[in-house]
Ligand binder design. Structure first.
Ligand SMILES: *Cc1c(COP(=O)(O)O)cnc(C)c1O
Length: 376
């Protein structure tokens, strides 16, 4: 059994993907061009925003937005404590200060009440400008944008949705990557919509931000690449990856999202009285980058993971360490007690095999092992 079976997808779409790759090779255009332009239009339309700007990966996508918003030294950027390193890394990389915020125990996403507390604390200390909040759509579930956007308005913060794991989700039909002032995603192979290498994209309705992003991603270009009006970076989505994504986006929309959601239903039915299963609030739809259960203790979680392994079932721990405990951030002096939920989650979460090509009998096998483990 695979944790996320990327080869099953390739096998199913082999001829369309191979054709798409061959077309790029035959065209002689390997940077930019038709595939990239078409993909950006398709992605913007699917998400329901005016602009999509592709780039080299999901980390660059976040960083480019912070550059376009002139986020710099002295700025506070609020980031959930329970996420992948990138979300905090890009803040420090751009010279600003990440302020980690504890998450909601049920959704795993940034806790709006704790965000308000954290904002007030930074405001009182008075040494940083309140600038941006980066909610993360963790494991595929959109963050609580209703509440977050109210808070952002009150304190005049920009909202950057980190949709690296959230692409394809929605809240009452409003798509992930359309929330806030800008949003980003990643096409890393194991993400909900992945390519066959690295890739990323930024979404925004703002013409001004879009124009700045198109400049920053190509060496701060002005009228062209050899007219440079600001210091930028080189961050592009390869034409080959765009061509692959055009095929995969169709599969994603046609059946892959349904596929992960039906796997989620089967998992939940079989596990709901045995372990704590994922919580999807009313009106929310997850793209299930991960299916993550909670155990009672670290000992129990680690023992279950070992038992699954004995049965050739792969599982993963996302994440083993809260952001505020990462060595890279030790100079920021956080109080460990402010992150009680994240500290606990890192000890008790376990992500089970999840992908659109997971078979019912595979889900059943995983659940049987868990049931047996929990009953002794
Ligand atoms: C994967 C991920 C990123 C970074 O994406 P890359 O394409 O790997 O750079 C950023 N944020 C979150 C939450 C992620 O899961």
């Amino acid at each position: 059994m695979q944790f996320r079976d990327l080869k099953a997808q390739y096998t199913q779409y082999k001829s369309a993907i191979d054709d798409s790759i061959q077309n790029v090779l035959n065209s002689g255009q390997y940077i930019g061009g038709k595939s990239v332009n078409e993909l950006e239009k398709e992605l913007a339309e699917y998400v329901g925003v005016k602009h999509c700007i592709t780039c080299a990966n999901g980390t660059d996508a976040l960083s480019l937005v912070l550059m376009a918003w002139d986020v710099k030294e002295g700025d506070a950027v609020f980031v959930p404590d329970f996420t992948f390193f990138s979300t905090g890394e890009v803040v420090s990389f751009n010279g600003a200060t990440p302020v980690f915020v504890d998450v909601d125990e049920k959704t795993f996403n940034i806790d709006p009440e704790k965000l308000t507390e954290s904002i007030n604390k930074v405001k009182q200390e008075g040494s940083l400008n309140l600038k941006v909040v980066i909610p993360v759509d963790l494991f595929g579930l959109p963050a609580n944008y209703d509440e977050i956007e109210k808070i952002a308005q009150k304190y005049d913060l920009l909202v950057l949705e980190d949709g690296a794991q959230g692409f394809g989700g929605n809240i009452n039909g409003k798509m992930a990557c359309s929330f806030g002032d800008a949003a980003t995603t990643s096409f890393f192979p194991a993400k909900p919509l992945g390519c066959y290498g690295d890739g990323g994209a930024i979404f925004t309705d703002s013409d001004e931000t879009a124009e700045l992003l198109r400049s920053y991603k190509v060496h701060g270009k002005g009228n062209n690449k050899y007219d440079n009006v600001r210091i930028g970076v080189n961050s592009r989505l390869d034409t080959l990856q765009a061509a692959i994504l055009q095929v995969k986006l169709k599969a994603f929309i046609e059946h892959e999202l349904d596929g992960v959601n039906s796997a989620y239903q089967i998992y939940n039915e079989k596990l709901q009285n045995i372990v704590e299963t994922p919580f999807i609030p009313e009106g929310y739809y997850s793209s299930f980058a991960q299916y993550t259960i909670k155990l009672e203790s670290k000992e129990q979680r680690d023992a279950l993971q070992a038992k699954l392994k004995e049965n050739d079932i792969p599982s993963m721990i996302y994440y083993t360490k809260p952001m505020h405990r990462q060595q890279a951030f030790t100079d920021l002096l956080f109080e460990d007690g402010d992150f009680a939920v994240t500290n606990k989650l890192c000890d008790i979460v376990l992500s089970l095999p999840m992908h659109p090509y997971l078979k019912e009998e595979e889900v059943t096998k995983v659940c049987d092992v868990i049931q047996k483990f929990m009953s002794v």
